[in-house]
Structure formats: C-alpha cells, structure tokens
Design a protein around this ligand. Structure first.
Ligand code: UD1
Length: 361
C-alpha cells in the first residue's frame, strides 16, 4: 500500500508522528509538507523530537489569505499526486493544508482518509469548520475520534466509511510519557519548583485580530491569581505588536515549544487557558481543568463532563470561569478519546478496504 500523507501546520505534525511510524512498519508512506507553518519552532522541532522522517516534498507555501494559501497548495499538490498515484491520501484535522490535500486528491479520484473526522463547532465563521465539513464530505474513510463525531457525521448523511477508532493524540501522549523534564521546564518558564501556574495559548484570529478583544484577553490573564506561562504563537506576537500591547507583568511569554515540553507544562500546570482545539483536549487527557476563550467548541464532551468551560474574556465571565476551573475537579473522567493503539487501528482499516471498492471511488 502506498500512502501520501499531507501535513502543513503544527497540530498535523503532532498527529502524524505515531501514525507515520505505524504505516512505515509495513507500507510505503510519502510525506508532503505544504509549508503552511515554516518557522523552526512551529515545524522542525516536531520532526526532530518525534523522529518524523523528513518530508519527501516541501511546497514552501508560507503565509497568505485563505484562497491564496489553499489554491497555491492545490496547484503544487496536483502534479505530485498525479505522479505518485498513491492508494490513499491521508489528511488530519481541519487546517487549510487538510482542505487543499483532500480537495486535490478527491478531484484526481484518489481516495481520501481523514483522521479526526466528524468534529463540529457549528460555527461557520471559523475557517476550520468549513474545512472540516468539506473534507468529511469528500473522504472515503473517516476516522472519527468519539461517539459525538460519529453522530455529527450521521446527521449530515455520512455513514459509509466511518470508523470510530479513538483519538490519535492518545497515542502521542503514550509516546512522550516519561520524557517530561522538570529542570528544563523550570529554566524555560523562570518559575520555581512546585509554584502553581496557568498554561495559556492564544492564536485564533477571532481573538488576536481585534485589538479591543485582545486587550480584554490580556486583562483576563492578569486576573489569574498566579503566574501564567504563555508560549507565544507568531500570530499573537504580530497582533500584540500591531496593537501596541505588552504581555501583563505576571505573564511569562516564551517561544513556541515542542510537544514534549508542552506535555511537561500541561503536567505541571494548575489550569489551562486557551483558544486551541488541540490543547483543550490535551488538558482533558492530562486531567487538567481548562477555560476555553471561545463561544463554541468542537470538543463538547470536555465541557459536558465539567473539565472544560467556554468563557468570554470580560472580567465577570472570566472570573466565574476561573472560580469553577480552580474548584475541585469532577469526580469522573470518562475515556471519551479511546485507548492507545489508535494508529495501529487506522493502519488496519486502511489495509482492509478492498481494492475493488477503491477503484469505484
Ligand atoms: C493554523 C490552522 C489552525 C491551527 C493552527 C495551529 C488553518 C485555517 N488554521 O492556524 O486550525 O489550530 O494552525 O497553529 O489552517 N506564522 C509564522 N510562522 C509560522 C507559521 C505561521 O510567522 O511558522 C504566521 C503566519 O504568517 C500568519 C500567522 O502566523 O501570519 C498564522 O498562521 P496561519 O497558517 O495563517 O494559521 P494559524 O493561525 O497558525
């Protein structure tokens, strides 16, 4: 079996790590990096720490508008996919790289497998929501992480090819367990051992690109009753500079970190404050309370179970969310995201589709 995996942004590098390894144990995998994320701290660090093979092709797309990014990716992907003629194109999640890869493959009648299928925030203003919906409707195999994801697909009439395999990040955590390094964590954050801190990330355009809201978010972070460690995403850095804003004094802004360091920060922190999809779920997996600075989430089970809450950044909403998050954790922690071995299950499902079916795609 020959699989072309298309990745381009930070969460995709993380998710491909265990699955690339499982695929390469028995099959041929070619990796295409679109170049959507290009800074070493947003890209190369993950290839190094997980030992992900170097990409076979890098499209060097970089920044741009959505149409520019997606269209240029498709134009550069098309000749590569035509030349390679893989059995599958594998895409992850909901980024513009996911959309471009899936659309390009579907139009060449190459079957698409979508990892993290069926996620919905029901907020069409999020570019990722459009990407999710489109990619799910043109995929042949849809690897849904949860019951809710399967139900979302069903509601849109998608039942064929849906496989509930669990969440591939469960495997990522399995693979980094034991690598957590407290001394390097303390050097990185400037905190002392045992000192409580919050871990925060902010990168969504809806939070960064409107100066008033960004100011409100910075005020919210300054209301946390202990230091806040904030790995600064390039979009946030640009937005702070453009708005002439500084990080509040108690916020320790650090460079974006690799996954092992992020897992160490998650493990040591008291609470997570974020607008990232991936991090709110990782907080759940690590049994840390979370506040999500958005009005919708695609990871609804983290909220329903009481481990995560959505909040506006204004003082009264944020203070209420903070009180809840710092109260004793819920007594139960259901395994919504499945058991380790997700990558191996995905690999087996890809192998199990008979060629006759693929030829009809
Ligand atoms: C993208 C994904 C989002 C994911 C996020 C993880 C889409 C639509 N969004 O958002 O789902 O949660 O990645 O980070 O695909 N930049 C750099 N250096 C880099 C990468 C980006 O400076 O290595 C800058 C870009 O120039 C741009 C900004 O950061 O100004 C944002 O990058 P972009 O690719 O537009 O998307 P993200 O916000 O990272």
């Amino acid at each position: 079996m020959k699989v072309v995996t298309i990745v381009g942004a930070r969460p995709e590098f993380i998710m491909t790590a265990p699955l690339s390894r499982a695929l390469r144990a028995r099959h041929t995998e070619l990796l295409i990096h679109t170049g959507q994320h290009y800074d070493d701290k947003m890209s190369a660090v993950f290839f190094e720490e997980f030992g992900i093979p170097q990409p076979d092709y890098n499209l060097h797309i970089g920044s741009g508008t959505h149409a520019d990014q997606t269209g240029t990716m498709m134009m550069r992907l098309e000749p590569l996919l035509m030349g390679e003629q893989p059995d599958w194109v594998l895409v992850y999640g909901d980024t513009n790289s996911t959309l471009a890869g899936a659309l390009c493959a579907a139009k060449l009648n190459i079957p698409v497998a979508h990892v993290e299928a069926g996620l919905r925030s029901f907020d069409r203003k999020m570019p990722e929501e459009t990407n999710r919906v489109v990619v799910d409707h043109i995929s042949t195999l849809l690897f849904a992480p949860t019951d809710i994801a399967v139900a979302n697909l069903q509601r849109e009439g998608i039942t064929a090819g849906v496989r509930q395999v669990g969440d591939v990040r469960v495997d990522v955590f399995r693979d980094v367990a034991g690598r957590v390094n407290i001394p390097s964590l303390l050097t990185m954050t400037g905190l002392t051992e045992g000192e409580p801190f919050a871990l925060a990330t902010i990168h969504r355009p809806s939070n960064t690109d409107e100066p008033c809201r960004l100011r409100q978010i910075m005020d919210a972070l300054s209301r946390v009753p202990f230091p806040v460690v904030l790995p600064v995403h390039p979009r946030l850095r640009k937005a702070l500079d453009a708005a002439g804003l500084e990080l509040p004094a108690q916020v320790h802004g650090i460079e974006p970190v690799g996954f092992t360091q992020m897992a160490a920060l998650l493990n040591a922190c008291r609470v997570v404050i974020t607008d990232s999809g991936g991090l709110q779920k990782e907080a759940y997996l690590m049994r840390r309370p979370a506040i999500t600075l958005r009005d919708t989430t695609e990871w609804v089970e983290t909220v329903q179970s009481g481990w995560n809450r959505l909040s506006e950044p204004d003082a009264s909403a944020f203070d209420a969310a903070l009180d809840q998050a710092l109260a004793p954790a819920p007594a139960t922690h259901p395994a919504f995201y499945g058991e380790p071995g997700v990558s191996e299950r995905i690999c087996a499902e890809l192998e199990a589709i008979p060629q006759a079916i693929l030829e009809r795609v």
